[in-house]
Ligand binder design. Structure first.
Ligand code: URA
Length: 196
């Protein structure tokens, strides 16, 4: 039954959350655990880098300036934030908003892998190069953003990080253009998965 299926996903995510919370080997444990949020039956999963200050304070992903841009773009393509799922590779804030280190990414990686396996989205939108390189180690963000790329059982749609778009009008134009193509990319994924 659909209800049982949704409950199973909710329970699996709750169990995963509790496991991360209890894992004393993880780095950055002084910060809050920002697990992720959104629809359990999402078609689209957004993956960023790591929470920033605002995200750490509110214990929610993408609620600062980058999050506002993400919300605005979702609205433009007729999607609601509640219909997608949003998370990060590294689930705790690195101090001073520095980039997550390779060790931090490696430590949180198995948990992201399990989170994706529970959610089973149609398309994974990676925000920024760290998240893109998690799936596509050899990809270059300036070359590969906006391309729909199949990686095993997943379809990856790399985009610039919203923070990068906010820093440069040129990047903003590219980010916007590719974001507006997301519904098309999603339709393509569904078609290739035999869903439409
Ligand atoms: N940047 C990210 O990569 N993730 C967030 O949650 C917020 C800002």
């Amino acid at each position: 039954m659909v209800f049982d299926y949704i409950m199973d996903k909710a329970e699996a995510l709750r169990a995963l959350h509790d496991e991360i919370s209890a894992d004393r080997t993880l780095p950055l444990r002084e910060a809050n655990l920002v697990f992720g949020e959104g629809s359990l039956h999402c078609d689209v999963l957004f993956i960023g880098e790591a929470p920033g200050q605002k995200e750490d304070e509110l214990v929610r992903p993408f609620v600062g300036r980058s999050g506002q841009l993400l919300n605005k773009m979702l609205e433009e393509i007729g999607m609601r934030r509640e219909d997608v799922y949003i998370t990060n590779i590294v689930k705790r804030r690195p101090p001073e908003n520095r980039d997550p280190s390779p060790e931090e990414i490696a430590a949180y990686k198995p948990y992201l892998t399990r989170q994706i396996a529970i959610l089973k989205p149609c398309v994974i939108v990676t925000l920024g190069r760290f998240s893109m390189n998690y799936f596509l180690p050899d990809a270059k963000i300036s070359r590969d953003e906006g391309k729909l790329i199949r990686v095993g059982e997943y379809f990856i749609y790399p985009l610039f990080h919203p923070a990068a778009a906010l820093r440069s009008p040129q990047m903003m134009a590219t980010f916007r253009k590719s974001f507006l193509q997301l519904p098309r990319a999603l339709s393509k994924c569904k078609e290739l998965q035999g869903g439409v």
